[in-house]
Design a protein around this ligand. Sequence first.
Ligand SMILES: [Zn+2]
Length: 80
Amino acid sequence: MSLKDLLPVGTYEKLSKEVGHHSLTDKHLIACPICGKKTVYSQANKYRPFCSLRCKYIDLGAWANNERSISDEIGKDDDA
Ligand SMILES: [Zn+2]
């Protein structure tokens, strides 16, 4: 079974175009850390290691929220 068979229909062609050649291998692919979708890890993917801008923002948001909740915890301690 080739990589092409493992990916959703049209994805191989799309990723091949993004990578810029037609010898796409699983070495070019990573799973998006946010949604797990297969995405291409190359300079062609400006959102790497994420699959999209959306996932990149979700990751940044999760990180920012985490920071905020840590500050809130400290604030609660001061209150008590
Ligand atoms: Zn994603």
